[in-house]
Design a protein around this ligand. Structure first.
Ligand code: HEM
Ligand SMILES: *[C@@H]1O[C@H](CO)[C@@H](O)[C@H](O)[C@H]1NC(C)=O
Ligand SMILES: *[C@@H]1O[C@H](CO)[C@@H](O)[C@H](O)[C@H]1NC(C)=O
Length: 484
């Protein structure tokens, strides 16, 4: 901790000098850089963007830049000169350009908290290898068999935290749920005190992710770093436990028992996806951060929607009651049940369009790259807004209208790279199927077991960087069932 405090002003200074160095490199192409100004090195316009995030006005921040400079412009963000882009062409460029040249290296605050070996920081062969190891557990054929387990977590969660209450804060509760699902399914940590001790660390890390990287006491960034330093030894213990357990019972080891076990590679026939302990740790942290907040945000927005839109609520409850009727009371949901929730998923998709949990993505240029007639110099960052595409009137007519029919089977398909809540290409979110499974199972249990109304009709939220409701989305609830 003291070491951290000592080292970081130095790091900050280096970043400052590096940033100036990058600016000079840009001077090689005086006429070919995008318009815009870079402001102060390191801090630059970061505070402005963070303010827009907090007020959920990022699209306004983008529009201001576009009006002033055109569709592509430059700014200085989170320590780096940055080219800011949006639109389907930009999406395609970001998601499909050679990942060794346009890497997904994150701003220093993010990589410092998630660790140097997390998937975002890896490129080329290393990215392929680690991603394959994650995907071998997250793919549909494997996940399918866990639908019942997810449902049991949900039922336990509702019994513990919802039934018998008059008012609940939806967002923090659902965060606990998605956190617990990942703990149990991916890390094999079942309910108990161990699990409860982990959650606050992840929350602090989350808050530090997009903080200004100044590691002084009490900054969000330093809290994030401290949380990481407390978490890592816990994860090392967990890996040791699992490795020992596996070595004792090698014969009957099931490589798909949980994600960590499958990452340990024991029981895999070929060692092609073997990961080092460091890689396992950084990617456990990544999966947790990438997985629990995103899904809980989608669910929270859906709970709010159902409280405000009668017609959507009625259609969803129809679909879900139909499925409930085919089951015995208390019988767990299976994968087949989830595949019948087609309307519910269209509503979720429309929610992902309008309120994408991930609304910005960063990349870094490892060489000078030409894009849209401009040069992105080596070392610069690129910032993409997905939501600018999702809210484009030429692609989604009346973009502010919530309309799930956009996702009907026979509706006109949006053009390629214009609906990207999960990204696209080789770095597309590998957690889609898990997110879908959790969302559908939770919606089923919620609408069949509870009714709710918003306590405050227009409770607002800020992005921190993820949307966060001011009072956690406070709702009054009533149970429909009394016996389980
Ligand atoms: C509604 C829920 C979710 C949304 C909207 C979402 C969105 C995204 C997006 C947009 C990306 C790509 C970022 C980029 O290219 O810059 C991504 C990557 C990723 N997501 Fe998700 N995600 C969700 C749930 C999950 C879950 C449940 C998991 C894990 C179990 C997960 C794990 C990951 C990982 C590991 C990556 C990095 C992939 C790579 O770099 O190759 N996500 N996610
Ligand atoms: C992968 O790990 C397993 C178990 O730790 C080991 O037996 C195997 O030799 C490793 N393979 C490679 C290619 O490193
Ligand atoms: C509810 O959703 C439907 C279907 O998208 C839409 O037509 C209607 O205008 C919405 N109602 C309200 C009150 O927002």
């Amino acid at each position: 901790m003291e070491f951290e405090l000592f080292i970081t002003p130095l790091l900050f200074l280096m970043l400052f000098l590096f940033s100036i160095f990058l600016l000079f490199r840009g001077k090689k192409y005086p006429d070919r850089l995008p318009p815009g100004s870079l402001g102060l090195p390191v801090i630059g316009q970061s505070l402005d963007l963070l303010k827009a995030l907090k007020a959920d006005k990022v699209d306004k921040w983008f529009l201001k830049g576009i009006t002033k400079h055109g569709p592509i412009w430059k700014a200085s963000l989170f320590g780096y000169p940055t080219v800011v882009v949006h639109g389907p062409t930009a999406n395609k460029f970001i998601y499909t350009y050679d990942g060794n040249i346009l890497t997904s290296t994150q701003p220093p605050s993010i990589s410092r908290i998630m660790g140097p070996k997390n998937l975002f920081e890896l490129a080329g062969h290393d990215h392929k290898r680690v991603r394959a190891a994650l995907a071998s557990f997250l793919k549909l054929e494997v996940l399918k068999q866990y639908a019942t387990k997810v449902d049991q977590e949900i039922q336990h969660h509702l019994q513990t935290h919802w039934h018998g209450k008059h008012e609940v804060q939806v967002q923090p509760l659902i965060k606990t749920l998605t956190f617990n699902v990942i703990c149990s399914l991916l890390f094999g940590i079942e309910k108990g005190t161990k699990r409860d001790k982990l959650l606050p660390h992840f929350q602090h890390m989350m808050e530090g992710l997009l903080a200004i990287p100044i590691n002084l006491p009490f900054t969000q960034f330093s809290r994030g770093i401290i949380a990481r330093s407390k978490l890592v030894p816990m994860l090392i213990d967990l890996i040791c436990e699992k490795r020992e357990a596996l070595e004792e019972q090698k014969q009957e080891a099931n490589p798909h028992k949980d994600l960590i076990t499958s990452l340990l590679g024991i029981g895999n026939d070929d060692g092609s996806t073997n990961l080092s302990d460091e890689e396992i740790i950084d990617n456990i942290i990544l999966v947790m951060i990438a997985g629990y907040d995103t899904t809980s945000i989608l669910l929270t927005f859906l709970v709010r929607l159902l409280a405000t839109n009668e017609s959507i609520y009625t259609t969803i409850i129809c679909e879900q009651e139909e499925i409930a009727k085919s089951k015995a009371p208390g019988e767990a949901l299976t994968w087949e049940d989830l595949t019948k929730m087609k309307y519910t998923w269209r509503v979720a998709s429309e929610m992902l369009r309008i309120n994408s949990p991930v609304s910005l993505s960063f990349r870094r240029a490892m060489q000078d790259i030409e894009y849209g007639g401009f040069i992105i110099p080596k070392g610069w960052q690129v910032l993409l807004s997905q939501s600018m595409t999702h809210m484009n009137n030429d692609i989604f007519q009346d973009p502010t209208v919530f309309d799930p029919t956009r996702f009907e089977k026979h509706a006109p398909q949006p053009p390629p790279f214009s609906f990207v809540p999960f990204g696209a290409g080789p770095r597309m979110c590998p957690g889609i199927e898990l997110a879908k499974m959790e969302t559908l199972a939770m919606m089923h249990r919620l609408v069949t077991q509870l009714t709710w109304e918003l306590v405050k009709k227009d409770e607002s939220f800020k992005r921190n960087p993820m949307p966060e409701f001011d009072q956690g989305l406070l709702v009054r609830i009533k149970s429909n069932i009394y016996a389980i």
